[in-house]
Design a protein around this ligand. Structure first.
Ligand code: ADP
Ligand code: MG
Length: 555
């Protein structure tokens, strides 16, 4: 019977001979249609034969791990066969996409390499197909290990490229702060993607390569690629302007993803942003729990208190205000805003509207009046895509115009125009105001459902089922992998279980504690069960999940 497979669970098998490695069966599926069984392979470094340069620092190690996960994934596809019912005969691994992120699928340690993968143990109906299982584990698996996890079997130049490109990206990002830049886009980068559903680079015949305007050109050093020239976006308020379809959003999207490194041939390998950059958008319909949105919104109808604003159904402008306030609370200090997905009444209010609707009747102080105090008082920079309103010229430090996919710097033209055509707007605010320091209340978080007291499930990269509640992350565009979302779900549970969320620690303190725990013990600390499909996430995205829990209450 299929249950006979359960005998394998928890055991470790040693493969002997030239290619010695150990196979551990972490979990055996209950039936052929259930989630496939979880296995892991561990191979000694001396056997795998990776030279020291492959992982002599963290950047290189993560580059190598990502490369190996892809190589093993290719082997999984090659070795998978339909051998019967359900997922019978199939191997799988958490496969990296374009971003290079630390994952639990492949872990390169000083003594060994560990790979966690899945295997659909074969069955005909509810009967185990033992001989076929033996083929998978005794014949196919050693071949997969030999092809994907042994240095001598891999393309050495591809391995070198993977680790060097990753090291260079980390090095570029590390130079931003001392140069007072918030982002860097190298000349020659390919920013557009193949399609809305395919994150690979647009083919080189169609794509216009990035080329920095002279005035914003900077030269950074990298350990492997030498000097890299490109556009540096300075701290302060930066506008990206230009006609429709000229590549404005594409540039901002590349910057938004620049908080992560990218794999070779992605086109954005040398596009980096400060890791505290947070994309902000309007997100009407989301819930908001006790957020101070008073810097932007006051005097709501009915006298609603906007220093502790809660709603089950935010409007475009209140959701955007909450998104900014929450990003600042979580420590974000670069805001990325695209007019395409912003609320117009949050962004601007022109003279005529000021005349018609008196200040007392309009709860919103538009972002155009807050973006400078935000920078001057709090050091928070903004990069804004604005094609529709010149009102922002008055508050910009840098103006970049996209013209047929190429940038030009037009700051002084914009300033001249701003002087020539004064908006005569009343500036509606001088100081920025306060941001929240909220303490999430653990009693408002209930992970139970039915008879289970803890059920946290992830469905795709954009949804966490937390008990009976559903957390919708579809507007959180800097989440790039379902494995990050899964790790965030586990981190929420961890923080609740360990008392990190206790009604007294602020959001920022909770995020710091989770971050410190992972830095110390790796992603495995998040769950009792060893998972092969966790990926590293940022505090901002974990905060985004907690903030979207509809039952959340704060102190
Ligand atoms: P905007 O925000 O200015 O309206 P988008 O950034 O949405 O424009 O780009 C419009 C289209 O042009 C998209 O289909 C995008 O993929 C494509 N595109 C953007 N940048 C480039 C480029 N450098 N080379 C070729 N096509 C590009
Ligand atoms: Mg656009």
């Amino acid at each position: 019977s299929y249950r006979a497979y359960k005998d394998l669970q928890g055991r470790t098998y040693h493969y002997e001979g030239a290619l010695a490695f150990a196979l551990t069966v972490d979990h055996v599926q209950g039936d052929p249609f259930a989630a496939p069984s979880r296995l892991s392979v561990e191979i000694e470094r001396v056997v795998a034969g990776f030279p020291e340069w492959c992982d002599q620092n963290v950047s290189r190690r993560i580059g190598l791990e990502t490369f190996l996960a892809k190589a093993f994934s290719t082997e999984c596809q090659r070795a998978s066969q339909r051998k019967g019912s359900g997922k019978s005969g199939r191997f799988g691994i958490d496969t990296p996409g374009q971003e290079v992120i630390e994952r639990t699928a492949v872990m390169v340690n000083p003594e060994s390499i560990e790979v966690r993968f899945t295997c659909g143990l074969p069955a005909a109906g509810r009967r185990a197909l033992g001989r076929q299982a033996a083929d998978m584990l005794c014949e196919a698996l050693p071949d997969m290990v030999a092809s994907a996890l042994v240095f001598g079997a891999l393309d050495e130049s591809a391995v070198r490229q993977a680790v060097e490109v990753n090291e260079d990206a980390d090095s570029l990002r590390a130079q931003l702060e001392s140069r007072h830049l918030v982002a860097f886009v190298a000349d020659g980068a390919i920013l557009p993607r193949r399609s809305g559903v395919d994150q690979r680079a647009l083919s080189s015949e169609l794509a216009v390569e990035f080329r920095s305007p002279e005035s914003l050109r900077v030269c950074l050093d990298t350990p492997n690629a030498g000097q890299v020239v490109g556009m540096g976006i300075p701290e302060g308020v930066t506008l990206i302007v230009g006609g429709g379809f000229h590549g404005k959003s594409t540039l901002l999207n590349a910057i938004e993803r620049g908080v992560y490194n990218h794999c070779p041939n992605d086109g954005r390998e040398k596009v980096v942003a400060q890791s505290s950059a947070v994309k902000i958008r309007a997100e009407d319909g989301r819930s908001v729990a006790g957020v101070n949105i008073s810097p932007f919104i006051n005097n709501l109808p009915g006298g609603t208190d906007t220093t502790r604003f809660s709603t089950a159904n935010a409007s475009g402008s209140t959701s955007q205000a909450a998104n900014i306030s929450e990003a600042l609370e979580a420590g974000g200090d670069v805001l990325l805003i695209d007019e395409d997905i912003a609320a117009t009444n949050f962004m601007i209010r022109d003279r005529r509207m000021q005349e018609l609707v008196a200040k007392e009747k309009e709860p919103i102080t538009p972002f155009v009046d807050k973006v400078r105090p935000l920078y001057e008082e709090r050091g928070v920079s903004s990069i804004l895509v604005i094609g529709g309103s010149g009102d922002y010229f008055d508050v910009a430090d840098t103006v970049i115009m996209m013209d047929e996919y190429l940038p030009a710097e037009v700051t002084s033209d914009a300033l001249t125009i701003a002087q020539k055509y004064q908006t005569k707007n009343h500036s509606e605010s001088l100081a920025f105001g306060e941001i929240s320091q909220r303490c999430p209340d653990p009693r408002s978080m209930d992970p139970s459902k039915g008879r289970r007291d803890q059920i946290v499930k992830v469905r795709g990269w954009d949804e966490i089922n937390f008990g009976k509640d559903t957390i919708d992350l579809s507007s959180v565009s800097q989440l790039v992998s379902e494995s990050q979302t899964r790790a965030i779900g586990a981190a929420l549970m961890w923080a609740l279980d360990r008392g990190a969320i206790d009604g007294q620690q602020t959001m920022a303190e909770i995020l710091d504690r989770v971050e410190a725990e992972i830095a110390e013990g790796g992603l495995d600390v998040l769950s009792r069960q060893r998972s092969g499909s966790f990926a590293r996430f940022r505090g901002y995205e974990m905060a985004a999940a907690l903030n979207r829990l509809r039952t959340l209450k704060v102190v």
